[in-house]
Design a protein around this ligand. Sequence first.
Ligand code: PLP
Length: 460
Amino acid sequence: MHREKSWAEPWKIKMVEHLRMTTKEDRIEAIKEAGYNTFLLKSKDVYIDLLTDSGTNAMSDVQWAGMMLGDEAYAGSRNFYHLESAIQKYYSYKYVVPTHQGRGAEHILSQTLIQEGDFIPGNMYFTTTRLHQELAGGTFVDVIVDEAHDTESEFPFKGNVDMNKLEDLIKRVGPDKIPYVCIATSVNMAGGQPISMANLKELRELTNKYGIPIVHDMTRVAENAWFIKVREKEYENHTVAQIVYEICTLTDHATMSAKKDPIVNIGGFLATNDEEVYKKSQNMVVIYEGLHTYGGMAGRDMEALSIGIEESVQDAHIRARVGQTTYLGEKLIDYGIPIIRPIGSHGVFLDVKKFLPHLSQDVFPAQTLAAEIYIQNGVRTMERGIVSAGRNKETGDHNRPNLELVRITIPRRVYTQAHMDVVAECIDDVFERREKIKGLKFTYEPEHLRFFQARFKTID
Ligand SMILES: *Cc1c(COP(=O)(O)O)cnc(C)c1O
């Protein structure tokens, strides 16, 4: 009999962290105090925390041992040189500028490359990425394939770039107005959906034709590589490490949030093959982050990151990582709960337009659902819909994204399969009572990245 092999984790648990259970009354009180925004809940009031996979990873014993090797020199820490060589070895980029996290790298690269009036095409926006492009005077243009916006589509590479959309933009505004194309691997806002190697190669060819560089948002590159391995025939016998390396060689510059793929709690970097960009970025990092050999990280953090990079590109690790996400997704599908398909790499995304069809986007359905899931059983998730999309720079109206989602994000190496069962049951319980759920309205709306700090009240 043929049986699919289990995705069981390639590690065992050495230390545990206790979880705290609360009552429903506690949670109703806590979410009210948090303005119905799961970002404003206190961690102590949360049972299973699936808000984000950012910085919530469990480090290995080897990484913890590395923490003891921190060289906390202001300049020239040996941990920086370890980090630099790990990036060169696994990601191919020549030059490295460390930053405190991903947005630090985005800030520096945006300010270095973008001029007022430029256009930056990308395979869907990311919140901090787009904001830094705008603050530098640029305008983001979405050139992802239409399938990415279609929750029904089972297309295996929803992170792909639509070459026609991109070439139309190049012809319309001219290549001089496009400082780079920004490509995310395992596209967060599309639901953790990959870009194919074939598409990336095609993109490289097109951008070469017009002399436009590619910036790689490599936050989840190893997860993307796994999908290439299992979905792109040509790569089935490649290792994840080989695929990661090849992806990187097809791009010119990169920004990394080390809080995701490389399994640490804080950190990031900017990497490039361009010496000019390297020098400018090195010069800027000292203004905003710290000296160019620590960029906002402690020596020990750079050491843990160097080790995490190597661990993150191992096939067994990524197989279990994506395996756990798939497990939760399939369980929800079995319950008949509408989710984005194919199931992504770092999380499962509830399709809220189908979950709460009676709510209009103006009452923030995904925000509402995240609050209800918390009330149900203390599971913390987050909104990825109209609140995250912010307002249009010109008109001041809400951006109205096609996708109105709740993101259930899985930290790396933290929770067990039984926790995933609890999460699925919790969401099913909310699904049972969905018709009674009403929406929310703003009581406080911050100007930038409003989803982080916005407050709401219920509509009666
Ligand atoms: C998290 C993230 C960033 C920003 O990184 P931070 O470390 O949170 O500053 C950028 N791009 C993507 C795709 C991300 O997921």
